[in-house]
Design a protein around this ligand. Structure first.
Ligand code: C2E
Ligand code: MG
Ligand code: MG
Ligand code: MG
Length: 286
């Protein structure tokens, strides 16, 4: 099972880097330098309440600081960090950075419901995630209830009982759990019922052709209903048009994130533009 996930990671990695072994080596040393120095930064993408437009929080997404090299996004470098075992180190930095930032905003009177961080299945596999997060929460004074941990379904369901125990331990810290990229993994309704998660994030691939694509419209509607029936919050990823937002509003989707409101932005910009604010929506024109 772990082997299977490993193979997927490897395939992804291979696709991204078959260009040349040189490119891989130079990216790997760039990533090592970034970890040792101050080479990463967090961007924040607003979570928008579908019905009201109110910003309720953000997903924190890691970026390599520009260093003269080409732009390389996390979809490319996370698999490499997973492969080389450096992902745990990055995860530690990300969680500490986000909790410190969140604490700062709260101290400045800038409130929000939650900040979300991504947790790699590879970090979970390595172990020590719960202890680390407990330490970081204590050290930063960030309220656990305002922290959301995003985990992809494929990272969990292969692991059965072990995954369930892990999620309960994590949940025991008082954080919120969300399933990321929902619909793309090996969905099983049985585990959804048992996992102590409070949110489903519908993968962008289901959203991008809304509202015209009939099967995507059906699937999205079904996922929203499923979430509601299970008492879970549901968020749509990658909302780019007002027609998509209107479709989701009509179906009762709770929250969205996407370029319609904003791409991920630097921390200062996020605080200035979005904390305590709303994303305006205009009635769709015909
Ligand atoms: P994700 O967690 O599913 O994050 C959502 C991705 O969708 C982000 O890409 C975001 O910029 C992008 N996105 C959001 N709205 C739109 C939209 O309207 N249109 C389009 N085309 N894209 C949109 P990003 O930041 O490049 O991150 C890619 C993936 O890398 C993330 O997917 C996540 O799996 C991983 N990742 C990012 N940051 C971290 C991190 O700090 N730790 C870990 N372990 N993984 C991370
Ligand atoms: Mg995510
Ligand atoms: Mg996602
Ligand atoms: Mg994704």
């Amino acid at each position: 099972q772990a082997k299977h996930a490993g193979r997927n990671t490897f395939r992804f990695y291979q696709e991204a880097f078959t260009r040349s072994a040189d490119a891989r080596l130079s990216l790997e040393s760039r990533l090592r330098r970034a970890l040792e120095g101050d080479g990463f930064e967090m961007y924040y993408q607003p979570f928008v309440d579908v019905a009201s437009g109110r910003i309720v929080g953000a997903e924190a997404l890691v970026r390599l600081k520009p260093d003269g090299g080409p732009y390389i996004g996390p979809a490319e470098f996370i698999p490499l960090l997973e492969e080389s075992g450096l992902i745990f180190e990055l995860g530690t930095w990300v969680q500490r950075r986000v909790c410190r930032q969140g604490r700062e905003w709260l101290d400045q009177g800038l409130d929000f419901e939650r900040l979300a961080v991504n947790l790699s299945a590879e970090e979970v596999r390595r172990g020590g995630v719960v202890e680390r997060l407990r330490d970081i929460l204590a050290e930063t004074g960030f309220p656990a209830a305002k922290l959301e941990i995003e985990i992809t379904e494929s990272g969990l369901i292969h692991r059965g009982a072990e995954a369930l125990a892990f999620l309960h331990e994590l949940k025991g810290l008082g954080v919120q759990l969300a399933i990321d990229d929902f619909g793309t993994g090996y969905s099983s309704l049985a585990y959804l019922k048992r996992f102590p998660v409070s949110k489903l994030k519908i993968d962008r691939s289901f959203i991008s052709d809304l509202p015209d694509d009939h099967s995507d419209a059906q699937l999205t509607t079904t996922i929203i209903e499923l979430a509601r029936n299970l008492g879970l919050q549901v968020l749509a990823e990658g909302v780019e048009t007002d027609a998509q937002r209107a479709f989701l509003a009509e179906r009762g989707c709770d929250v969205y994130q996407g370029y319609l409101c904003s791409p991920p932005v630097a921390a200062a910009q996020f605080a200035e533009r979005f904390l305590g604010a709303s994303c305006q929506h205009w009635p769709a024109r015909d």
